[in-house]
Design a protein around this ligand. Structure first.
Ligand code: NAP
Length: 251
């Protein structure tokens, strides 16, 4: 017997899954970047892994949006923001990283590809088929606040990623203590910025797919930032004591 559920019900289950996986991720650090492990099966190049797992989300989003095409100007605007973010994440970010010779498990890239694609498909479907933003939506509080948070978060994320990437000279692959900007307060402003960005996006799009995207992002990035923070403290005896992991002055 088949069990038919609506997209809305699926999204509730999907959000619940992210919440269930959250405590697990506090104990097991996702094995890529500084936490990479060779015990997770076949490996592939770090840069290629990033491109594959993120570009697939971009392709999925565009295909689903075009299938249910919506000419509502707000839906188009939100779609454009998503596409711009993912062009950076799929191509510009990985090609800027200095990770020559580094690898990640194929399994991690595959998991990320699946979760990215499900989130992308749900968002695209909600924007193209379900949402119908009215004239004057631009003046709603959630649009205005979300717009501000989205761009502030994107700025923090991109600037922090750039500072991290520029810590290495060409050919280097080791780690240094990042300084300046929000690194004064937290170890992972790139993760903080990304969470703020998708919180803003959720406010703007105001639908369940936006909530799912934010919950999955936060449940991935909060544990990752905590693992990074602990890693810094273990590897650098002179690591700034007052610096928090991901939320300034608190966590
Ligand atoms: N939406 C989501 O669910 C999601 C999930 C994951 C990541 N992301 C985003 O993707 C981006 C990358 O994530 P990430 O977790 O891989 O970031 P990360 O660990 O901070 O690494 C970012 C880049 O900087 C390098 N780097 C980091 N710290 C360094 C240091 N102290 N010294 C020298 N180089 C350093 C890394 O090299 P190595 O690779 O060699 O460590 C990598 O190339 C971030 O913007 C993040 O927000 C989003």
């Amino acid at each position: 017997m088949f069990l038919f559920i609506s997209l809305q019900q699926f999204l509730y289950i999907w959000i619940a899954l992210a919440i269930v996986l959250f405590p697990l991720q506090l104990f097991v650090s996702a094995p890529y970047g500084r936490h990479t492990k060779t015990t997770w099966g076949p490996m592939l190049s770090n840069q290629l892994g990033w491109i594959i797992m993120e570009a697939w989300a971009l392709v999925t989003f565009v295909i689903v949006y075009l299938l249910f095409f919506n000419t509502n100007q707000y839906a188009l605007f939100f779609g454009a923001l998503y596409i711009i973010h993912y062009i950076n994440r799929s191509f510009i970010f990985p090609l800027r990283t200095k990770t020559k010779g580094k690898q990640m498990p194929l399994l991690i890239a595959s998991f990320a590809l699946i979760f990215n694609s499900i989130n992308a498909a749900c968002l695209a479907f909600f924007l193209s088929e379900v949402s119908n933003y009215p004239v004057g939506y631009i003046f709603k509080w959630n649009f205005l606040l979300g717009f501000f948070l989205f761009f502030a978060g994107a700025f923090i994320n991109i600037k922090s990623d750039s500072i991290l990437i520029n810590l290495r000279k060409p050919g280097e692959t080791d780690y240094k203590i990042p300084q300046g900007f929000l690194f004064r307060y937290i170890s992972c402003p790139n993760h903080f910025g990304e969470i703020v960005e998708w919180f803003g996006f959720m406010l703007m799009v105001w639908n369940l797919a936006g909530v799912a995207f934010l919950v999955w992002t936060a449940s991935n990035l909060l544990p990752r930032a905590l693992h990074h923070h602990k890693w810094y403290q273990q590897h650098f005896p002179n690591y700034p004591k007052e610096r928090k992991a991901v939320l300034p002055f608190s966590l």
